[in-house]
Design a protein around this ligand. Structure first.
Ligand SMILES: C[S@@+](CC[C@H](N)C(=O)[O-])C[C@H]1O[C@@H](n2cnc3c(N)ncnc32)[C@H](O)[C@@H]1O
Length: 237
C-alpha cells in the first residue's frame, strides 16, 4: 500500500470513529459559527444553485449538502464521502429533513471520483481538502468533474493574521479544543489532528495558486470570523 493510501485509510478510520459525536462537537467547539460558515459557502455557488447539479465532496454528516438544498430550492445535490459511518448519519439526517428527493449520499473517494468529466455545475468541499492524502490530486479530480464555467467552493480553516486573534486562536485550538473534543468523543488524537493539520495546511494565497493550477480561474478568497476560516471560490476554465 502506498503512503497516500495508508494516510487515506487512517483519515477514514479516524472520521468513522468520531462520526456519532461529530455534529455535536462541531457546533459546540465552533460556538455554532460553523452553521453560518456553511450557509455563506452555499451562497457562493451562485448561478449553479438554480437547477444545477452539485457535488458536495467530503460531505461528512451532510450539513453543507443540506445548506445547499436550502439555498438553492431547485439544485440537485450529491454528497460524496469515503466514510460509511459519516454517510450513514448524513442519510438519516437528510431523510429527517425530508430532502431525500434532492440529496443523494454516495460513497466516493475524492482522489478517484466515480463521476464522468464535467458531471457537475458546482463542486463544494467544507473542511475536507485539508484531510486529503494528496491535495493536488483531490483538486485535479474536483476540476475534472466540474463543467467548464462551473463553480468550485472550498470552506476551510485558516490562521488569523491579526496577532492577538492568532494567539487566542492558537491557545483555543491547541489546548482547549483537543481537551474537550477528546473528553466527549473519547478520541483525543482526532481533535489533536485538527490543529496539527490546520497549521500544516497551505496559506490562502498558496491554496489559491494550487486551485488555479488544477484548472480553475477567478479564484477569490473571503476570510470569515477574524480569519479563523475562509471561503475559496473559483470558476472552472
Ligand atoms: C472534517 S469532515 C467535514 C465534513 C463536512 N463537509 C462538514 O462540513 O462538516 C472531513 C470529511 O472528509 C472526508 N474525507 C477525507 N478524505 C476523503 C477522501 N479522500 N475522499 C472522500 N472523503 C474524504 C472524511 O471522511 C470526513 O467525513
Amino acid at each position: 500500500m502506498s503512503t497516500t493510501q495508508s494516510r487515506a485509510r487512517a483519515v477514514e478510520a479516524m472520521f468513522s470513529s468520531i462520526a456519532r459525536w461529530y455534529d455535536f462537537l462541531n457546533h459546540v467547539l465552533s460556538l455554532g459559527l460553523d452553521i453560518t460558515w456553511r450557509k455563506k459557502a452555499a451562497a457562493r455557488l451562485g448561478p449553479a444553485l438554480r437547477g444545477g447539479k452539485i457535488l458536495d465532496l467530503a460531505c461528512g454528516t451532510g450539513d453543507l449538502s443540506i445548506a445547499i438544498a436550502r439555498a438553492g430550492q431547485t439544485a440537485v445535490i450529491t454528497g460524496g464521502d469515503f466514510s460509511d459511518a459519516m454517510l450513514a448519519i448524513a442519510r438519516a439526517k437528510v431523510a429527517r429533513h425530508k430532502l431525500d428527493q434532492r440529496i443523494t449520499m454516495e460513497k466516493a473517494d475524492a482522489l478517484n471520483l466515480p463521476y464522468p468529466d464535467g458531471a457537475f455545475d458546482g463542486v463544494t468541499c467544507a473542511f475536507g481538502v485539508r484531510n486529503f492524502a494528496d491535495l493536488d490530486l483531490g483538486l485535479a479530480q474536483m476540476a475534472r468533474v466540474t463543467k467548464p464555467g462551473g463553480r468550485l467552493v472550498i470552506l476551510e480553516f485558516t490562521t488569523p493574521s491579526n496577532r492577538l486573534a492568532a494567539a487566542l486562536y492558537r491557545f483555543y485550538f491547541t489546548r482547549i479544543l483537543p481537551l474537550l473534543g477528546g473528553l466527549v468523543s473519547g478520541n483525543r488524537g482526532a481533535y489533536q489532528y485538527l490543529p496539527d493539520t490546520v497549521y500544516a495546511f497551505p496559506s490562502p494565497p498558496e491554496l489559491a495558486r494550487r486551485v488555479e493550477r488544477a484548472g480553475f480561474d477567478d479564484v477569490e478568497f473571503t476570510p470569515l470570523t477574524f480569519g479563523i476560516c475562509g471561503i475559496h471560490s473559483a470558476v472552472k476554465k
